[in-house]
Design a protein around this ligand. Structure first.
Ligand SMILES: Nc1ncnc2c1ncn2[C@@H]1O[C@H](COP(=O)(O)OP(=O)(O)OP(=O)(O)O)[C@@H](O)[C@H]1O
Ligand SMILES: [Mg+2]
Length: 249
C-alpha cells in the first residue's frame, strides 16, 4: 500500500503541493484528477525524487521513499510513464522496450546496441517477451523501426507496453490517453486492466471524466496543490468544491 502523509513541495516560494495525505490500496486503480496546474505531475515527480519534497512522507509497503534516489525508488518496484513521450527517438522500438527490462546491465546494453557477444539467456527471454507484447497490439512490424518514426498514438502505446517489461508493484501513468483516437484508447484501457490483473496497483492522471468514471475504483482530486476531495467518482463529482475547481478553470 502507498501511504502519502503531509506531503509538501515548495519551489522558489511557490507552494506546489500542500499537506497532501492519501492512501492507495493494493490492486486498485486510483485516478488523480484536477485542473491544469493542480500538481498532479508534480506529485509523481516528488514520489520519484525528481523534485525533492519540502516535507512529509511517502511510504510504499512501509518503506520511506523520501530521500531515496530515483534509481532506488524504481528498484522498490515503481514504474511510471510521463505526460510527454520518453522513448529514445534514435533507437528501435524493440531496444526501447528492452530498456525497461530488469536484466538490463552494461554488458547486455552494449550488446543490444552494438551487437557482438551473446546475450544472456534471461535477456534473450526478455527479447521474446518484448516481441510477444508488440504482436499483441499489432506492432510486430515496428520492432526495428526507430522510435522517432512512430506515430503519436503508437508512441503512447509503446510507453504503456513497456510497463509490462518491468516487474513493478505500483505503476504511475500521466495522461496515457491524451490525444488518442477511440480505437487506441480501447487498446490502452485493455492494457491497464491487464496490468492490474497481473497484480499491479495503478495510479493515473487523466482529464477525461468518462474514462475516470469507467476505470477508477477511487479518485483523488487536487486543486492548486491541495486535496479537495476523494472517494468514488460518483461521490467526488457532486462535491461543490470539485465542481467549482473545474468551472473556475
Ligand atoms: N520545475 C518547476 N518549477 C517551478 N514551478 C513548477 C515546476 N514544475 C511545475 N511547476 C508548477 O507547479 C504547478 C503544478 O504543475 P503540474 O505540472 O504538477 O500540474 P498538473 O496538475 O500536472 O497540470 P496538467 O494537467 O496541465 O498537466 C504549476 O503551477 C506549475 O507551473
Ligand atoms: Mg501534468
Amino acid at each position: 500500500m502507498l501511504l502519502v502523509r503531509d506531503l509538501n513541495l515548495h519551489i522558489g516560494g511557490l507552494k506546489i503541493l500542500n499537506d497532501l495525505s492519501f492512501d492507495v490500496q493494493d490492486g486498485s486503480i486510483t485516478g488523480l484528477i484536477g485542473p491544469n496546474g493542480a500538481g498532479k505531475s508534480s506529485f509523481y515527480n516528488v514520489l520519484f525524487n525528481l523534485f525533492p519534497a519540502s516535507g512529509g512522507s511517502i511510504k510504499l509497503d512501509g518503506i520511506e521513499l523520501i530521500g531515496k534516489t530515483p534509481d532506488q525508488i524504481s528498484h522498490l518496484g515503481i514504474a511510471r510513464t510521463f505526460q510527454d513521450s520518453k522513448l529514445l527517438p534514435q533507437i528501435t522500438v524493440l531496444e526501447n522496450m528492452l530498456l525497461s527490462s530488469k536484466y538490463l546491465n552494461p554488458v547486455n546494453l552494449r550488446r543490444v546496441f552494438f551487437g557482438g557477444g551473446i546475450l544472456s539467456e534471461e535477456f534473450e527471454n526478455e527479447k521474446k517477451k518484448a516481441r510477444v507484447l508488440l504482436k499483441k497490439v499489432g506492432l510486430e512490424d515496428k520492432e526495428h523501426s526507430l522510435a522517432k518514426n512512430l506515430s503519436y498514438g503508437q508512441s503512447k502505446l509503446i510507453e504503456t507496453l513497456r510497463l509490462f517489461m518491468y516487474e513493478s508493484k505500483l505503476v504511475l501513468m500521466d495522461e496515457p490517453f491524451s490525444g488518442l483516437f477511440p480505437e487506441m484508447i480501447k487498446v490502452i484501457k485493455g492494457l491497464i486492466r491487464e496490468l492490474v490483473a497481473s497484480g499491479r496497483t495503478l495510479m493515473f492522471v487523466e482529464h477525461d471524466m468518462k474514462l475516470i468514471a469507467e476505470i477508477c475504483d477511487h479518485v483523488i482530486v487536487l486543486d492548486a496543490g491541495s486535496k479537495i476531495a476523494e472517494g468514488t467518482f460518483e461521490h467526488v463529482k457532486t462535491k461543490p468544491e470539485v465542481i467549482e475547481a473545474y468551472l473556475g478553470d
